[in-house]
Design a protein around this ligand. Structure first.
Ligand code: CTP
Length: 401
C-alpha cells in the first residue's frame, strides 16, 4: 500500500540546478499513486522546461498569476485548498527565505501561504549557502511552523565543491513522504467495517419503504478511517454520488437482509465496527412480484420487523469494538445509553433530530459520544468530516486504553 495513493500533491519547483531532476520526481510521485500539479517559480523555468513537466504530470504547469495566453487567473487560494500535501523541491535559498518571511511575489509563494495542508520542503543549494546562518535560520523557522524538512544530502555539488546541499534524489523524497505519511496513520493494519445510508424494503418491483438518510455520515467515517490507514469495508445502502477514498472496499446493498448478510461476512475479522446506517425497521410481509396497479384498491400494507443487525453483531461480538448510532428526538441521552447496554455495544453516538443542522441530509452533525461506563462527551455542530475525526479519536482512545 502506498500512503501517496490518490493524494493531491502540489509540487513547487524553485530556481536551483536540482530542478533538472523534477520530471523524474513527478514520475515517481505519480507511480506511487499521487495526482501532481506543478507550480514553477519564474527562475526555475531556466533549469527545467515547463513542457517536460506538463508532459509527465499530464497537467498544464503554472508559473504566473495570470495566464495571458489563455486569459485565465491561476487562483492560488483554490490551489492551496485543493492540495492534500505541498512539496517544495528543490527549495532554493531564495525560496526558503521568502517562505520564512511570508514574502509573496510569485504564484508559488502565494499558494504556499494559502495552503492548509502539510508542507514539505527539500532544500538544494551550494554548501556555503546551505550552512549560512541566514539559511539555517530560515529552515529552523519553517520547522518551528510545522513545515517538514527533507534534509539535503551530502556529495558533489554543481559548483564542483563537495558537502551538504544536494537535493535528496527523487526516490528518496518519495520514500521520505511515504514514511512520514505512514507515521500519521494510527490505524494501519486495522480492519474496519462501516455501514452507511438507508435500506430500501420492496413493496413491489418499483416501490419501497425507505428513509431520508443520505449516507454522508457513514461515508465520512469510512473516508477518515481509510485516511488513518485502516483497511475499510463500507456496506452502503443506496446513496447519491458520495466521494469515497479509493482504498475503501464498497459493498452496495439494498435491503436490511442484504446488509446483514454482508456485515456478517466481514464481521469476524473486523477490529472496529461502526453502524451508521439508517436501517429500515419494518419491511412489507409479502412483497409483490409484479407492479401493484393503482386501480386495485390497497388500503393496508402488512409489515414485519427487519433484522436488527446491530443487535445481532452485539450478540456475536468477540474481539470487535462495536459502535452504534442512535437517532432520537427527545430524552436522547438516557435512551441512547439504554440502547448501548441492550445491544452489547462498546459505545454509542447520539445525534438528535431536535438539533438544527444535525441528522439526515445535512453536511453537518452534532453528536454526543457515550462510552460503556456511561460517561459522555457532547460536541458542538461541526462538518461531518470533522465529526468523523472526533469519533475516530474517541474510539482510538478507548481501544488503546
Ligand atoms: N440498526 C440496525 N438494524 C436495524 C435497525 C437499526 O443495525 N434493523 C442500527 C443502526 O445502524 C444504528 C442503531 O441500530 O446504529 C440504532 O438505530 P435506531 O433506528 O436509532 O434505533 P433502533 O435500534 O431502531 O431502536 P428504537 O427504534 O427503539 O429507537
Amino acid at each position: 500500500m502506498s500512503a501517496l495513493r490518490a493524494k493531491k500533491v502540489l509540487l513547487g519547483i524553485s530556481g536551483s540546478i536540482a530542478a533538472y531532476k523534477t520530471p523524474i520526481l513527478v514520475r515517481a510521485l505519480i507511480k506511487a499513486g499521487a495526482e501532481v500539479q506543478v507550480i514553477l517559480t519564474p527562475s526555475a523555468a531556466s533549469f527545467v522546461t515547463p513542457l517536460s513537466l506538463s508532459t509527465v504530470s499530464n497537467k498544464p504547469v503554472l508559473t504566473e498569476f495570470v495566464d495571458d495566453e489563455h486569459e485565465v487567473w491561476n487562483n492560488h487560494v483554490s490551489l492551496g485548498l485543493w492540495a492534500d500535501l505541498m512539496l517544495i523541491a528543490p527549495a532554493s535559498a531564495n525560496t526558503l527565505s521568502k517562505m520564512a518571511q511570508a514574502s509573496c511575489d510569485n504564484l508559488l509563494m502565494a499558494t504556499y501561504l494559502s495552503a492548509r495542508c502539510p508542507v514539505y520542503f527539500a532544500p538544494a543549494m551550494d554548501l556555503d549557502m546551505h550552512q549560512h546562518p541566514a539559511t539555517q535560520e530560515a529552515i529552523s523557522k519553517l520547522e518551528s511552523r510545522s513545515n517538514i524538512h527533507i534534509p539535503s544530502a551530502e556529495g558533489p555539488l554543481a559548483s564542483g565543491l563537495e558537502g551538504v546541499g544536494r537535493m535528496q534524489e527523487p526516490d528518496e523524497i518519495v520514500a521520505f513522504l511515504e514514511k512520514d505519511l505512514m507515521s500519521k496513520m494510527p490505524w494501519l493494519g486495522k480492519k474496519v467495517l462501516i455501514t452507511a445510508g438507508p435500506t430500501y424494503e420492496s413493496i413491489d418491483p418499483v416501490r419501497f419503504i425507505g428513509n431520508q438518510s443520505s449516507g454522508k455520515m457513514g461515508y465520512a467515517i469510512a473516508n477518515q478511517a481509510a485516511e488513518w490507514g485502516a483497511e475499510v469495508v463500507l456496506v452502503s445502502g443506496p446513496t447519491d454520488n458520495l466521494t469515497l477514498h479509493p482504498e475503501i472496499r464498497l459493498e452496495s446493498v439494498m435491503t436490511a437482509d442484504q446488509m446483514h448478510r454482508t456485515c456478517l461476512s466481514y464481521y469476524k475479522d473486523s477490529d472496529v465496527v461502526v453502524m451508521a446506517a439508517a436501517v429500515a425497521d419494518f419491511k412489507p410481509k409479502n412483497p409483490k412480484k409484479s407492479k401493484i396497479k393503482k386501480n386495485v384498491p390497497l388500503d393496508t400494507l402488512s409489515l414485519e420487523p427487519t433484522v436488527d443487525i446491530l443487535n445481532d453483531l452485539g450478540v456475536k461480538k468477540n474481539k470487535q469494538f462495536l459502535v452504534g448510532f442512535a437517532l432520537e428526538t427527545e430524552e436522547g441521552l438516557d435512551y441512547a445509553h439504554q440502547k448501548m447496554i441492550r445491544k452489547n455495544l462498546d459505545a454509542i453516538v447520539l445525534n438528535s433530530l431536535a438539533d438544527d443542522g444535525a441528522g439526515f441530509g445535512h453536511d453537518t452533525n452534532k453528536i454526543t459520544f457515550i462510552k460503556s461506563d456511561g460517561s459522555h462527551n457532547a460536541y458542538p455542530l461541526k462538518s461531518k468530516k470533522e465529526v468523523a475525526l472526533d469519533l475516530l479519536h474517541e474510539i482510538n482512545h478507548l481501544i488503546n486504553e
